[in-house]
Design a protein. Structure first.
Lengths: 722, 112
């Protein structure tokens, strides 16, 4: 509820309470006034009644005067002569005849003449022992000459009479004046009808007059049209004023109990006055009073409302300005009145606050612009940094930047939030970037380490390759490149080295004038050690073979020499043969090597017979056997290493002895060179490019037949060297 | 090549399967030397699953035999496929090693 409304309600409540209290007090006071007014009215009416009674008594007084002033009566009273009295009274004609109803002309209804002692001397009452009109006390007052008794009397317990009494002075009519108390001879008391007083009252007040007996029975006025309305209001014992409505008029009914001269209530007079006009005027005044009060109240409230409205509109303005400020609308213009009162001061404070808010907003705007500049700068820097990253990381980073920017634009709607969140997003971006850079750093470090290792590996590889190169050079150096051109035989050999140099070698050299040596060998192991071993073996073989001890012995000696200092446990399989050029006899010894094949002129291919013996250098003091075979013209000897038969194809299948035999068989017509090439081509077809794991070495010799003449023209050894 | 080691009645049995060539001969040699350890270890090299052995593999066996000899260790070979046996026969290595038909026989022969 608005403060304004609360104030108005509060004021309204207060005014209502005060007005209620005022009205209450006013009503109380009015009530009291009313009561007083009623008392006054009753007193006035009472007075009117007394006057009416006096008026009625006044009529008695005239006759009383005539009676009291009559000398005859005075003498008769003084003399207590009842007969004289009766006669005189009747003669005066004042008293109505006994038992007749007195005329309304104010005639007396009752007359009493009493003696000085109070004895009733004359009464109009025809009863035998009539009661006096006055009791003794009242009579004594008259007789003493002090007081004239007048009032209402109930006669015979049923008739109401207005009575008055006067003293009768002795010597009346002879000049005796009143006032000489001693001269009282008796008293005269007379009465008129009670209605006479009522009539007087009607005349003097102009009101409608009713009378009831002490028991409430109507005495007078029952013919009046108001009587039925009055009758219900009759409270004989109460002295009061009641109001009632009848016939569209309002009446005030005053109830006046009437006292007997002797004391006690004997009747009640009811006076109904028409108060319609007065009441209407009063109602009019009351309505005017209430209306005026209401008008004043409403006017006051209206003024208050207007006042509050005017003042609160200023406060409302201040409140609206504050609300605008609280909603961040500091720019909304609102004219607030200046002033020295509280509202003015509030308005002033709001104005100052608004100014501060505007300043804050302006500062915030500047800060935001600065932040945006920084953000753009940072973005450029991050982009520049991203360029240095690798492609994938760079793309990720740029994507994150775009995302951050999008989120920034989204947040732009709420300014303050936007500023805060931009920093947060920027921080997020930086943290991601930092993570990325650190990840990249780790990757780079790892890469550098890998590169370093790779470099070391490469160095090792290079040294290994150099080693291999050396080994290969050594191998190739010891292999005869050119064979002597001998008439007895056609010879060709080839060694196809594996990637990693193996230990195959072959040799062909003269050992005497008529003999040449054939060697094919396979050193176990690879690389430089194998190459050295090969070199040593070749050298030993040549050296010992030339001593001419024969194949078996040559082998035995070489074996022992090699096995003696063989820490590396290397060994070499060797086929060694000595061919006599004169006879074609080939003597040979096999040290664990694949037996060469021999193809005869008819195309039959068979391995040479095996001889006892093992690979050289494996074990010293081993026995070696020796065989010989005589070559026929056209025979072909095919020496090879296990690199040929153990050549694998892509399916891990070995070339094998069978295929080799077949391949050799197909070279029946070929020369040594062509035969060699044919067999190697067959092996190459078989392996079909599968990696070569071992050296492939072949030596082919075709025997052309013994020379007809002894060899004299050339020294085979020299030829070989050449 | 894959080598598994098993001990039967105090005799170490090495089972080599696949190929032994110059590429993995060193590994084979190390396995043999390790199995021999020191002292009079009796070793059976079971060749039932062996498909190929090159001269480098023969050299590994030779090294193992030479290493075993001073300490009184013994090496026996078992369950050679025919073409493996041919290699041993050709090179004369058959005369350097005990060769048995199966691993059980080899173990028994070594006293296990």
């Amino acid at each position: 509820m608005l403060l304004q409304t609360r104030i108005i309600l509060f004021v309204l409540a207060t005014v209502t309470v005060v007005a209620g209290l005022l009205l209450g007090f006013s009503a109380l006071r009015e009530d009291a006034a009313d009561r007083r007014a009623k008392e006054l009215e009753l007193a006035r009416l009472d007075t009117s009644w007394q006057l009416a009674v006096s008026g009625a008594a006044g009529r008695i007084d005239q006759n009383l005067g005539r009676l009291a002033g009559d000398a005859e009566i005075a003498r008769a009273v003084e003399a207590e002569d009842r007969g004289a009295l009766n006669r005189r009274v009747s003669a005066l004609g004042i008293v109505p005849a006994s038992g007749t109803v007195p005329a309304t002309g104010g005639g007396l209804t009752d007359v009493n003449l009493l003696s000085e002692s109070g004895d009733l001397l004359f009464s109009t009452d025809p009863a035998l022992d009539p009661a006096p009109l006055l009791n003794r006390g009242a009579l004594d007052g008259i007789l003493s000459g002090q007081k004239l008794a007048r009032g209402v009397r109930l006669v015979d317990g049923e008739r109401l009479v207005v009575v008055a009494g006067a003293p009768i002075y002795a010597g009346t009519g002879t000049g005796g004046g009143a006032g000489s108390g001693a001269g009282v001879a008796g008293a005269v008391v007379a009465g008129v009808e009670f209605k006479a007083a009522l009539d007087v009252l009607r005349r003097t007040t102009g009101a409608r007059v009713f009378a009831v007996a002490r028991n409430g029975a109507a005495i007078d006025g029952e013919t009046d049209p108001l009587w039925p309305a009055v009758r219900v209001l009759v409270r004989p014992a109460e002295r009061r004023i009641a109001t009632f409505a009848e016939g569209g008029r309002r009446y005030a009914l005053a109830s006046l109990p009437v006292a007997d001269l002797a004391g006690g209530r004997v009747a009640t007079v009811l006076i109904a006055g028409d108060v319609t006009q007065a009441e209407e005027e009063q109602a009019l005044w009351s309505a005017a009073y209430v209306a005026a009060a209401a008008l004043v109240l409403l006017g006051a409230l209206g003024l208050l409302y207007g006042f509050l409205r005017r003042n609160f509109s200023t406060l409302d303005g201040a409140v609206k300005a504050l609300q605008d400020l609280s909603h961040g609308r500091a720019m909304g213009y609102l004219e607030l009145p200046a002033g020295n009162d509280e509202i003015g001061r509030i308005a002033g404070a709001v104005e100052v606050f608004r100014g501060v808010m505007r300043e804050i907003e302006r500062t915030a705007g500047q800060r935001e612009r600065r932040l945006r500049r920084q953000q753009r700068f940072i973005r450029r820097q991050m982009e520049a940094l991203a360029v240095t990253l690798e492609e994938e990381a760079r793309q990720n980073l740029l994507e994150e930047l775009r995302q951050i920017e999008a989120e920034t634009h989204d947040a732009h709607s709420a300014q303050s939030k936007g500023v805060g969140d931009e920093l947060g997003l920027l921080a997020l971006g930086f943290s991601r970037l930092a993570t990325r850079v650190s990840t990249q750093q780790v990757q780079l470090t790892q890469m550098v380490r890998d590169l370093r290792e790779a470099l070391a590996d490469k160095r090792r590889l290079i040294s290994l390759q150099q080693e291999l190169e050396i080994a290969r050079t050594m191998q190739l150096t010891i292999l005869p490149q050119v064979f002597p051109d001998l008439p007895e035989l056609d010879i060709a050999a080839r060694m196809i080295p594996a990637k990693e140099v193996g230990g195959d070698f072959y040799d062909f050299f003269p050992i005497s004038e008529h003999k040449v040596a054939l060697v094919i060998a396979d050193v176990s192991g690879k690389g430089i050690p194998a190459a050295f071993f090969m070199l040593i073996t070749r050298t030993m073989l040549r050296a010992i073979a030339e001593s001419g001890v024969g194949p078996a012995e040559t082998m035995r000696r070489v074996n022992n020499l090699l096995a003696a200092e063989n820490e590396q446990m290397m060994f070499v399989t060797v086929f060694y043969g000595e061919l006599d050029l004169r006879t074609g006899v080939l003597a040979f010894s096999n040290g664990g090597h694949n037996p060469p094949l021999r193809m005869t002129a008819d195309g039959t291919v068979a391995p040479l017979e095996r001889t006892p013996g093992i690979a050289l250098a494996a074990m010293p003091d081993m026995p070696f056997g020796e065989r010989s075979v005589t070559l026929e013209t056209g025979d072909m000897a095919f020496l090879f290493t296990d690199g040929v038969t153990e050549a694998f194809n892509g399916e891990e299948v070995m070339y094998g002895d069978g295929r080799l035999v077949d391949a050799v068989a197909r070279q029946r017509e070929a020369g040594a060179r062509n035969g060699l090439d044919g067999v190697l081509a067959d092996v190459a077809r078989f392996t079909a490019g599968a990696p070569q794991s071992d050296d492939i070495t072949c030596l082919v010799l075709r025997w052309r037949g013994a020379s007809p003449a002894p060899v004299a023209a050339g020294n085979p050894a020299e030829a070989a060297v050449a | 090549m894959n080598i598994t080691e098993q001990s039967i009645n105090g005799v170490t049995v090495l089972r080599a399967d696949g190929r032994i060539d110059s590429g993995n001969a060193t590994e084979f040699e190390n396995a043999l030397v390790e199995a021999l350890g020191s002292g009079s270890t009796r070793l059976v090299v079971d060749m039932e699953k062996l498909t190929y052995i090159s001269s480098a593999g023969l050299r590994s066996l030779l090294i193992a035999a030479k290493k075993a000899r001073p300490g009184g260790g013994r090496i026996a070979l078992s369950a050679m496929a025919p073409h493996i046996r041919e290699v041993f026969d050709l090179s004369g290595f058959s005369s350097l090693f005990e060769i048995h038909g199966d691993a059980g026989a080899a173990v028994s022969a070594l006293g296990g």
